[in-house]
Write a protein that binds this ligand. Structure first.
Ligand code: SF4
Ligand code: SF4
Length: 82
């Protein structure tokens, strides 16, 4: 059985962002960097999905999507007999 790998990264809604820079301060992996007041994910591969940035953002601009991944199996519902 194989498990599908999905890349999940924090999403930043720039319409809600006020450029405070708190997300950059709380990120222990330096994933987020503010450039001209705009937060950017400069090292996405280093993200731990800890959600510190999401919890600390005062405007709710950051969200970490929750993704359900399905494990593949040999089960085929069409094989079921009534
Ligand atoms: S903490 Fe939120 S409001 Fe502040 S810069 Fe980061 S995304 Fe923008
Ligand atoms: S989830 Fe954690 S590691 Fe990833 S960007 Fe936010 S604070 Fe940094």
């Amino acid at each position: 059985m194989k498990r599908e790998e999905k890349i999940i990264l924090p999403e930043i809604n720039l319409k809600l962002c006020n450029g405070c820079g708190i997300c950059e301060l709380v990120c222990s992996r330096q994933v987020i960097y503010l450039q001209n007041g705009i937060p950017k994910l400069i090292k996405p591969e280093a993200c731990l999905f800890c959600a510190n940035c999401e919890e600390a953002c005062p405007t709710g601009a950051i969200s970490i999507p929750f993704v359900i991944s399905w494990e593949q199996s040999d089960f085929n519902p069409n094989d079921q007999k009534a």
